[in-house]
Design a binder for this molecule. Structure first.
Ligand code: NAD
Length: 322
């Protein structure tokens, strides 16, 4: 039985990923470590809380002693790090929590993975020998910054613009360094905007859906023409599990939905699904340093691992809003 440590597994993507892995592979145990911040909830885990191969632990990834104990106690084979402060607006208000959780928390996990990997005196034939704790860092397309035309590839330079994006880029670079310096088998994935059930209501789609449902004004930043690429959370989970199983160690993989939409288009779609008038939209002062467009090229993961997005956006959004 393989043990996967999923951090942030009570959040939006994490809870879907835990469900995905338990359903996909009957030889997997999932240890789910989440601090249950405002963004995490056991309610997100209703479908898996009593599952015999799922263990939920409330804890903070920055707590070195506890994290090492988890590695030792559960004989962790793979780590999927989804724990993060994830909301750009909050990072603009107070970047410190973002640096602390997203950068330092990742470093604590990397150190624990490295320690578990290099068990003293271990080698093939030794019962305690493990081939290596594989480390998957779940990152974002926002680390590349904004792009006017074309799409970012894995070779594009990192140029994050928000404190959130900078903290994720910092974590990505640490993960790279642990691979280059110590040979830790790592992967980094950089995905575009996710949508789907159970996303926290501070994020664009659930927020706008809630406001529209209540018949209240929908505040749109600036002219609303900022472009984002949207991917259903299930498609993201499918990509993550493939990278975990078959990704080349040390490699970065972009994940995207081939589905660019302006924020105004998204809001218009939500209003149409709910049968609400367009004049509920109000334009408010733009977010500081708001990136105009993100777009990633997912050709590498498609070529190498055969992944592609499957959920059709109109249908996925309608289901999500309903
Ligand atoms: P989320 O905010 O819904 O969930 C984050 C989870 O991490 C929460 O359950 C929270 O309790 C937990 N957490 C926060 N700090 C912690 C700490 N110090 N220790 C342990 N747990 C902690 O976020 P999400 O949207 O599910 O995103 C998950 C990951 O995916 C993040 O790393 C994010 O950067 C990345 N990502 C998200 C998107 C997206 O569109 N949502 C896109 C690409 C990448």
């Amino acid at each position: 039985m393989k043990c996967i440590l999923v951090t942030g597994g009570a959040g939006f993507i994490g809870s879907h990923f835990v469900e995905w892995m338990l359903a996909r592979d009957s030889k997997v145990r999932v240890v789910n470590l989440d601090a249950l911040t405002y963004a995490g909830s056991l309610g997100n885990l209703q479908g898996v809380l009593g599952h015999p191969r799922h263990i939920f632990l409330k804890g903070d990834i920055r707590d070195k002693g506890m994290v090492e104990e988890v590695f030792n106690l559960h004989q962790v084979d793979q780590v999927v790090n989804l724990a993060a402060q994830s909301h750009v607006d909050r990072s603009i208000q107070d970047p410190s929590e973002f640096v602390s959780t997203n950068v330092l928390g990742t470093q604590v996990l990397l150190d624990a993975a490295l320690k578990a990997w290099r068990l003293p005196g271990s080698g093939p034939g030794d019962r305690s020998f493990r081939e290596g704790v594989r480390f998957l860092q779940v990152s974002t397309d926002e680390v590349y910054g904004a792009i006017r035309e074309g799409r970012f590839t894995e070779e594009s330079p990192l140029a994050p613009n928000s404190p959130y994006a900078a903290s994720k880029a910092g974590a990505d670079l640490l993960v790279r360094a642990y691979s280059q310096t110590y040979g830790l088998p790592v992967n980094v994935t950089r995905c575009s905007n996710n949508y789907g059930p159970r996303q926290h209501p501070e994020k664009l789609i659930p927020r706008m859906a809630e406001l529209a449902l209540a018949g209240r004004p929908l505040p749109v930043y600036g002219d609303g023409l900022q472009v984002r690429d949207w991917l259903h959370v299930r498609d993201h989970c499918a990509a993550l599990s493939l990278v975990l199983e078959r990704g080349n160690p040390g490699e970065v993989y972009n994940i995207g939905g081939d589905n660019e939409q302006t924020n105004l288009e998204i809001v218009g779609r939500i209003l149409r699904i709910q049968g609400r008038p367009r004049d509920l939209v109000v334009h408010v002062e733009d977010r500081l340093g708001h990136d105009r467009r993100y777009a990633v090229d997912h050709g590498k993961i498609t070529r190498e691992l055969g992944w592609r997005p499957t959920v059709e956006f109109t249908q996925g959004l309608e289901e999500t809003v309903r």
